[in-house]
Design a protein around this ligand. Sequence first.
Ligand SMILES: [Zn+2]
Length: 454
Amino acid sequence: MTLDTLITNARLLLPHKGLTDGVLGIKDGRIAVIAEHKADLAAREVIDCQGLWLLPGIIDPHVHFGFGSPETDFETESRNAALGGTTSALSFHRSKDIRDSFESARNLAERQSCIDIGFHFGITSHLHVQTLEEISTRFGVSSYKLYMMYKGAAGLAQGFTDIDDGLLYSALRETARIPGAVLGVHCENVEVIPVLRDPLRAAGRDDLRAWNEQSPDFLEAENVHRVCYFASKTHTPVNIVHLSSREALDEVRRHRQRRNGPPIYVESCPHYLFLNDESPAGPYAKVNPPIRGQGDVEAMWEGVLDGSITTIGSDHVPRKRATKDKNIWAASNGFPGTGMILPIMLHEGYHRRHIPLSRIIELCSANSAHIYNMPNKGSIEIGKDADLLVVDPDLEKVVDPATLESHADYSPYEGMAIKGWPVRTLVRGRTIMQDGRITDEARAHPGGHFLRRL
Ligand SMILES: [Zn+2]
């Protein structure tokens, strides 16, 4: 057999083995050979890793492509992802009737993206619940998100009339009927927020900590309790997305002790592991749930180590800097981050906190492949997609938005020196990034596939 590509002199991260010296062969976009020595393997292309790491591509289960420039986000943001080692991303699709809107969203993604793309459906109405099984099987989508943030008055302001606990319960019940499906929930008690926010605003506060104080940890934990409790009654696998606080994580731990309870997954984000509410990023780091204090940052790392956090997602929102250059109350919500997952986890997790590399990759790749039904992704094994990263753990770069390819022209991490970057990104065997640049080939022919997951 002549291979398409042979990767030599690599330190491969293999499941249950850790970093292992060896070579890897790719044929037709898949991993065909893993061996100790190159022996008599022949290939059309040879990549010499020169002793660097070879890791599975990062899977980002939480991006909002389309919130920056709907026409071009899949192009720019997929490039931003590839620069940092993210090779698959799941983006949120939301519309009045998903049956009418989904195909054009998928086609746009396939035309523009240089990484593989799947979707979650946003559930905001009873129509979405009624059509959930139909749209899931028809479009191959097995995960959804319900926004408790748009409940009541907050929802009406956005045009959402149906979001209440009844919608939550019926969405849970319907999700349970779809094998392999999981319901993600944004947990913050939005009805209490104004009670805390209005006095802070009236007092003239304009800082990141005030943003934390207007939606404190217990408003997240209260919603986590409600979701987990209802999920136990409907036997629905649930996913607490972008979890930010110790209080909320402890609530998940408590509910997981229930006998015969459904799986409860937890996603956290690089920013809850790396920034605190004293960060000089100010409004650039405004997000919901808010960036917390250092005690919560420490709690998130404890959750990474003890396995109570399942996955890491970026919650990538690629709006322009101009939407952020305002006071904390008026600045837009969210910020870009999909291309920062691996660098931050290596810099802060591997280097500074000595978190095992295999644990980092479990959370940033393997676990998402598992819970979101992507059997061909998530680890370096024969037969899986050759989504691979050549990583230089000692390469240090200062984050500069001008080189990140995103529609967003800022980063909450700009100016920071971060150690641990991919120098080459392959998607299904094809190099789309080399030495910090998207290849001309990937610019001309993006080549991303739609991830059908049901
Ligand atoms: Zn989000």
